[in-house]
Write a protein that binds this ligand. Structure first.
Ligand code: GCV
Length: 782
């Protein structure tokens, strides 16, 4: 009953106290009746019991009883009733009629889980919204209010399990002293039907269990896992199970003893089985020390190579948890071929809600359209009828019992959970898709936007345009044609760093050189990865004629002059999309501004600030990628933009006082590869230029570096008059001047006369030397 009471006041503001009255028997008046089928039967003896509900499914029906009208919401389980109630709240908030509401819904799959990558010290790996709500100082947080609220949030979209610690797991989590702490989280989750899951370290028997081995075939190791499971279930009878990352990115695994992933998974699954627990074994297993010089090496092959041969070897309560694509949550990847290959093993798709490679919640990027492309993609697996990924992971194709959807969310203590207000559409969308992957990205967005912002048509239309375009826009100004990460692969995965993926063992290679770009993954001449797909799919990707342009560079290495299907060359596509993408974000800023007064002030200002930042950072991306490819290929942009910045004055070309010119690394992340910094730490500097243009009104874009090792401050003066000043206090993920920290401040509507001196003053602070990249002056149109 809790969610109804919490939801009704907002949903039905005019119903008054009556809506808050709850009773445990029929009230002799019209009523909403909530309960499991067993409970409803007791109240309505002649009632026709619904027979079409799976576990967690719900049904809403209209019933007449003793002259009164009842809206009955029921399910086989309490959890299902809860989901039905959340649907009721959704309908009320969306102003949908209830009078004839007769519907039943069953979730598409039993596994609908969130993974949090939270560390025990309270930090979150790839988390962009503050500290952990679960952990602090090595223990479960003392105040679990947010945890309870999060459970409610998850339940509202049908999520029924949550793993609360990093897959790079700390082995202490399942030791005896931690169990009373885990018990508290399970208790906060329970009213909302969310089961607690934790991530484990495969070497635990040795690290914390007092054994000299973690060999899965060692009976002492088997006993260790059995006793861990027993002790956990004694404290938490509805515990969900474990997630295991083994033999990947330095995590220990069965290879230490020459054992297979099936040996590793089964020893733990058998310990969980008597208690009904599941073992989620991550398919994200690869060698990060691969020899990059060998053109046949390919990280994309890893999941299939590691797991396909083990199908039939896993116990029934093992679920292979597979990332949507074969690499690692890049902005564009094909579906992992492993989904279509496992026939005798339960599998779940792992989607990344936290925007590790898609703008880290500083950029708006609605990911549901991307997930939909994967979920709807038919892998042509060996089964009759269509075999889209959504049906494969739900277990519907090969009749596996525990399939589903796993989302890496990484919410934090920020009041809006994910840092960027718009990012919540991804968490909402993940839950909705896990419940029903047939919903469209547009339907989900429309629901989310109205639930979030209310029913103002202009707001909804604007939010829709931005959200639905945002994934492609992000792709446009970052990575082209499936080339994969052009970001800083060996660092924070945020700003541009085109070469960082090359010449190292991590395997996110795009192989761009002076002649061309792309990974040759063909069976004919490349790594053979394409051969992991069914014949139909492989045939489509293998041929340049049929390979879709958006994945061209994922599958093929082509020269820059290669023509895409519309006839434009790869290099011109790179220039065009990057310029288009940056322009599209800039346009969002004005679209959003037109909503002033229609969205509450706080969210209006927050989103505006994010979009303005994004527009600046999109230019950083655009220029880095275009500069780099221009230099490599030597082929000019036929529209004359790349490398020519007519309104730009490089800081190093200005008159410097207290500033010195420095090279930026990687070079492409600063205009012309250079910037200026204060000569003395904690000192001041000024960069001055004389305006030689016409008289008029202008916007001044100051491109500077806002590192996280100090708060420097800036002033802009025109002929001695201060026109703007600010502190470089943003939290961006580097303490160096580079593509992560490059940001812009726009001073709007400044009057300039020929001969005016424009001066930018910087005051360094601690390690941050008030670095400046350039000043761009453009006519003000507003
Ligand atoms: C939790 C990528 C991320 C890692 C993450 C890993 C995984 O490599 O960068 O932070 O580790 O994926 O999914 O295990």
């Amino acid at each position: 009953m809790k969610p109804l009471l919490l939801g009704l006041p907002r949903a039905l503001p005019v119903t008054g106290a009556g809506a808050k009255r709850t009773e445990s028997a029929l009230p002799g008046e019209n009523a909403v009746l909530l309960g499991t089928i067993e409970q409803i039967k007791l109240q309505l003896p002649g009632w026709e019991v619904p027979t079409n509900l799976s576990e967690d499914g719900w049904c809403a029906t209209q019933v007449r009883h003793a002259g009164h009208h009842c809206l009955v919401i029921t399910s086989q389980t309490d959890r299902g009733v809860l989901y039905g109630v959340f649907e009721l709240l959704r309908k009320i908030t969306l102003n949908q009629p209830l009078a004839r509401w007769n519907e039943h819904q069953n979730p598409c799959a039993p596994v609908r889980m969130i993974n949090q990558w939270d560390n025990l010290d309270g930090s979150i790996e790839r988390g962009y919204a503050g500290k952990s709500i679960f952990w602090e100082n090595g223990h479960i947080a003392s105040d679990l209010t947010r945890v309870g609220n999060y459970a409610r949030l998850m339940a509202s979209v049908g999520i029924n399990a949550c793993a609360i610690n990093n897959v790079n797991a700390d082995p202490r989590v399942i030791t005896t002293p931690y169990l009373p702490e885990l018990k508290k989280v399970a208790a906060a989750f329970r009213p909302w039907g969310v089961r607690l899951v934790v991530c484990i370290d495969f070497s635990s028997p040795k690290k914390t269990g007092g054994l000299d081995s973690f060999d899965p075939l060692d009976p002492r190791v088997q006993e260790f896992w059995k006793s861990r499971a027993e002790e956990i279930y004694t404290q938490i009878p509805d515990f969900g199970g474990f997630v295991l990352k083994a033999d990947s990115e330095g995590r220990l695994g069965p290879s230490a003893y020459g054992r297979t992933h099936a040996d590793a998974a089964n020893v733990i699954a058998r310990a969980l089985k008597p208690h009904g627990g599941l073992l989620f074994y991550r398919g994200f297993v690869y060698d990060h020390h691969m020899d990059w010089r060998n053109p046949k090496n390919d990280r994309a092959r890893a999941a299939y190579d590691n797991f396909a041969g083990l199908d039939r070897k896993f116990d029934q309560n093992v679920v292979i948890q597979i990332k949507n694509g074969p690499i690692d949550f890049q902005v564009r990847e094909p579906a992992s071929p492993l989904f279509g290959t496992l026939e005798k093993t339960s599998e779940a798709i792992e989607l990344q809600i936290t925007q590790e490679y898609t703008g880290q919640q500083r950029h708006l990027c609605y990911l549901v359209p991307m997930w939909k492309e994967t979920l709807d993609f038919d892998l042509h697996a060996r089964a009759a009828g269509g075999t889209p990924v959504k049906a494969l992971v739900a277990g519907n194709v090969f009749h596996q019992p525990h399939g589903g959807f796993i989302g890496v969310a990484n919410v934090g203590r920020d009041t809006n959970w994910l840092g960027h207000h718009m990012a919540m559409a991804n968490l909402y969308g993940f839950g909705r898709l896990a419940w029903n992957p047939d919903l469209s990205a547009g339907q989900i967005e429309a629901e989310w936007a109205e639930l979030t912002f209310g029913s103002d048509r202009k707001v909804l239309e604007t939010v829709k345009q931005m959200q639905l375009a945002s994934w492609r826009v992000y792709e446009n100004y970052t990575g082209p044609l499936g080339a994969g990460g052009l970001t800083d692969i060996i660092g924070v995965h945020y700003g541009p760093g085109i070469e960082s993926s090359e010449r190292n063992g991590w395997g996110q290679w795009h192989r761009a050189d002076q002649q061309g770009i792309g990974m040759d993954r063909t069976t004919a001449t490349g790594t053979g990865f394409i051969g992991q797909y069914s014949l139909v799919v492989a045939g489509r990707y293998e041929s340049l004629k049929t390979c879709p342009d958006e994945l061209l560079l994922f599958f093929h290495h082509v020269p820059y002059g290669y023509r895409l299907h519309p006839g434009n060359t790869v290099i011109q596509h790179i220039y065009d999309t990057h310029y288009r993408g940056a322009a599209e974000v800039l346009d969002w800023v004005s679209q959003w501004k037109s909503l002033k007064g229609r969205v509450d002030d706080q969210r209006f200002e927050d989103v505006l600030a994010s979009l303005e930042y994004q527009a600046g950072h999109a230019v950083v991306w655009r220029d880095a990628v275009c500069q780099w490819f221009l230099k490599q290929s030597g082929i000019p942009d036929k529209r004359g933009r790349a490398g020519h910045y007519t309104n730009r004055i490089e800081a190093e070309a200005m008159k410097l006082d207290g500033y010195e010119s420095i090279a930026i690394n990687p070079w492409e992340t600063a205009s012309g590869g250079r910037a200026v910094q204060c000569v003395v730490s904690n000192g001041t500097g000024s960069a001055t230029v004389t305006w030689q243009g016409k008289l008029g009104w202008f916007n001044l874009h100051v491109q500077y570096f806002d590192e996280n090792d100090g708060i420097s401050c800036f002033r802009v003066l025109v002929s001695g008059q201060v026109v703007d000043q600010w502190d470089a206090a943003d939290v961006l993920p580097s303490n160096l001047p580079n593509g992560h920290t490059s940001t812009r401040r726009t001073v709007r509507g400044v009057a300039l006369r020929p001969g005016d001196e424009i001066q930018i003053e910087g005051r360094a602070d601690a390690g941050e030397r008030a670095c400046l990249d350039y000043l761009e002056i453009e006519p003000a149109h507003e």
